[in-house]
Design a protein around this ligand. Structure first.
Ligand code: HMG
Ligand code: MG
Length: 301
């Protein structure tokens, strides 16, 4: 069985969208360039959501345009909430977009001001248009396990919506544990409902609020999933999901994959350098285990 795993870096988008103090476009470009040099197959670089809803990423168009002239390795993905977001992303040069819907009605309303049914309709149109324009499309399903407003989500509901995203034409659906509350049994329960869907079409997007993200990756690997989203330095969170903390830290994920003999093609040392750069920009220490170890080694050397 293949030991190849895809690690998708979402730090420049998910990592920065919840930061109190917005970072400059120059700083973000520096972060993306450092991450791209690590060898990620895909980096989610920004989102074209409404600037009033997420002011931290209001510079998305400018950032994307300026990225066009910088060396690229791997795919660059832009998160888009609707047709307007797609238009803006295409105008700024995007070749891959990520759409998002939620498995919880309340979260859908809070995050995007629309019901799940409205989301499905609008997102279907966005995917269709993006594919017509020759872009590729990734899908996110948020709150697949637990919603911050409604509590537990039925695995059958999450499985049904995952299939709807795939049927629209998303080449991969990233299953979002938006508030980082899931445990390995949740992964099993959902995968059981997803029987018939190839795990190759799935990714796990794990926030790490309760420290269970790596355990969930392990269970995901056992169930055949080979794509995982993570964020440099463990940054991240969703401004519309109270209680959500950062994403699984990329460097911690890579440590576990490396030690376990999984192949991903990413240089862990370079990720640590990117995490250090991010720490300087944010003015605080990264939350990851690997950065804590790195700091203690530097202090004692
Ligand atoms: P709305 O206010 O309902 O939008 O927001 P609307 O369609 O009624 O339009 C109102 C105005 O906004 C119009 O302008 C539109 O043109 C404009 P006006 O005519 O009044 O001048 N507008 C836009 N402007 C710029 N870019 C756009 C856009 N769309 C409309 N794309 C909307 C609806 C979806 C836009 C808003 O709710 C929104 O931006 N939400 C995004 C919230 C967000 O970014 N959340 C975090 C990302 S998701 C996440 O983190 C979860 C994930 O990581 C996975 C996981 O962890 O589970 C992916
Ligand atoms: Mg997220």
């Amino acid at each position: 069985m293949s030991r190849a795993v895809q690690v998708i870096e979402v730090g420049p988008r998910d990592g920065l969208q919840n930061e109190k103090n917005p970072l400059s476009t120059d700083f973000k470009l520096g972060l993306i360039q450092r991450l791209e040099s690590c060898g990620f197959p895909e980096v989610e670089v920004t989102s074209m959501v409404h600037p009033k809803w997420v002011p931290q990423l209001a510079d998305a168009a400018d950032l994307l345009e300026r990225l066009q002239s910088l060396p690229q390795s791997g795919r660059r993905t832009v998160l888009v909430p609707n047709s307007k977001g797609l238009e803006r992303a295409v105008a700024a040069g995007a070749k891959r977009v990520a759409v998002f819907i939620a498995a919880s009605e309340s979260f859908s309303q809070k995050n995007t001001n629309r019901s799940i049914e409205e989301s499905l309709e609008q997102t279907g149109a966005v995917v269709e248009r993006a594919l017509e324009l020759g872009l590729s499309v990734r899908g996110y399903l948020s709150t697949v396990f637990v919603c911050p407003f409604e509590g537990n989500i039925q695995p059958a509901t999450a499985a049904h919506l995952t299939k709807r995203l795939l049927a629209m034409g998303c080449d991969q659906v990233s299953l979002g544990d938006t508030i980082g509350a899931a445990v390995p049994e949740d992964i099993d329960n959902l995968m059981n409902e997803l029987e018939g869907v190839s795990p190759d079409q799935l990714a796990l997007h794990l926030h790490d609020t309760y420290g269970t993200a790596l355990a969930n990756v392990t269970r995901g690997l056992a169930r055949g999933i080979r794509a995982f989203d993570s964020s440099v330095g463990g940054a991240g969170g969703c401004p519309y999901a109270p209680g959500a903390t950062g994403n699984l830290a990329t460097e911690d994920l890579l440590y576990m994959l490396d030690r376990g003999g999984w192949e991903h093609g990413i240089e862990r040392e370079s990720v640590l350098k990117a995490a250090h750069y991010l720490e300087q920009g944010l003015g605080r220490k990264a939350s990851s285990h690997l950065m804590a170890i790195h700091r203690s080694k530097v202090a004692t050397s």
